[in-house]
Write a protein that binds this ligand. Structure first.
Ligand SMILES: NC(=O)c1ccc[n+]([C@@H]2O[C@H](COP(=O)([O-])OP(=O)(O)OC[C@H]3O[C@@H](n4cnc5c(N)ncnc54)[C@H](O)[C@@H]3O)[C@@H](O)[C@H]2O)c1
Length: 231
């Protein structure tokens, strides 16, 4: 097993970002990384997916420009597209995976990324709920480089929670997403894996409690909404 701490690039050496999964979250990531000056390449499965990705990306970019995080209105056009995962990740310094939230599919895609990405490259998954050990379960070469990098939507609201295989890996990811790298403001370093990580575990507990209280006749749904907006 490769000691990734020995071979991972330092944060200022990270230039090329691979995006695998180009829906709402993948296109948001592509925009956020490109706005910080990274060279971004996305994997798209077909011409249709490419056009859809470009629509999402252009829309995300407009919002990023309004926020003052990028200046060039056409800057999103620098993001490249390729048709295989192998090509997308082969020369990446970091890979962000954001395919649909289905365990077997995510495991297969993460295993494929691992087959083709250089050994010292971390792979962060945007998964909303899947614990790290399940993400890594089918990865053969370097399972230790698989990590969680879960954002909230939209990413330019600047929240991400990260977890790597060791505290040093988690620290590397926190540095990447923090001021020296992607520039996100609220970067949570998780210490343990958990279904839903920190953010969605708390969100689920809140929704479960609120639903239970409304069903028990404590208050109306409208009143619960009002109470929640004051949290
Ligand atoms: N939507 C949110 O609010 C949100 C927030 C944080 C994290 N996430 C997580 O981000 C990830 C992506 O969510 P999303 O909302 O962007 O979903 P989405 O449906 O918008 O995008 C999913 C992407 O997966 C790709 N995909 C589907 N099947 C595939 C396959 N067989 N091979 C390769 N690619 C395939 C699709 O082409 C699409 O690009 C999920 O893990 C989700 O839990 C979502």
């Amino acid at each position: 097993m490769i000691d990734i701490e020995m071979v991972a690039p330092s944060i200022d050496e990270v230039r090329r970002i691979a995006i695998v999964g180009t829906g709402v979250i993948g296109s948001g990531w592509a925009a956020v990384f490109a706005a910080r000056g990274y060279e971004v390449t996305a994997y798209v499965r077909s011409r249709d997916s490419e056009l859809k990705f470009q629509r999402f990306l252009a829309s995300a970019w407009r919002k990023i420009v309004v926020r003052g995080l990028a200046k060039d209105p056409e800057g999103w056009r620098k993001v490249g597209c390729v048709r295989t995962i192998a090509e997308c990740v082969a020369s990446a310094d970091y890979v962000q995976e954001s395919v649909v939230e289905e365990l077997p599919l995510k495991q297969a895609i993460l295993a494929e990324i691992d087959e083709h990405a250089p050994a010292g490259v971390f792979v962060g998954s945007s998964t909303s709920y899947i614990p790290l050990s399940l993400c890594r379960a089918r990865v053969r070469r370097h399972p230790e480089r698989i990590a969680i990098a879960h954002p909230t939507l939209p990413q330019w609201d600047s929240f991400v929670e990260v977890l790597g295989a060791t505290p040093a890996h988690t620290a590397w990811l926190a540095e990447l997403f923090g001021p020296a790298g992607v520039g996100m403001e609220d970067v949570i370093r998780m210490r343990k894996e958990c279904h839903g990580h920190v953010h969605n575990a708390v969100l689920n507990a809140t929704v479960t409690a609120a639903t239970g209280l409304v069903r028990a006749g404590m208050c109306s749904p409208e009143e619960m909404d009002r109470a929640l907006t004051h949290m």
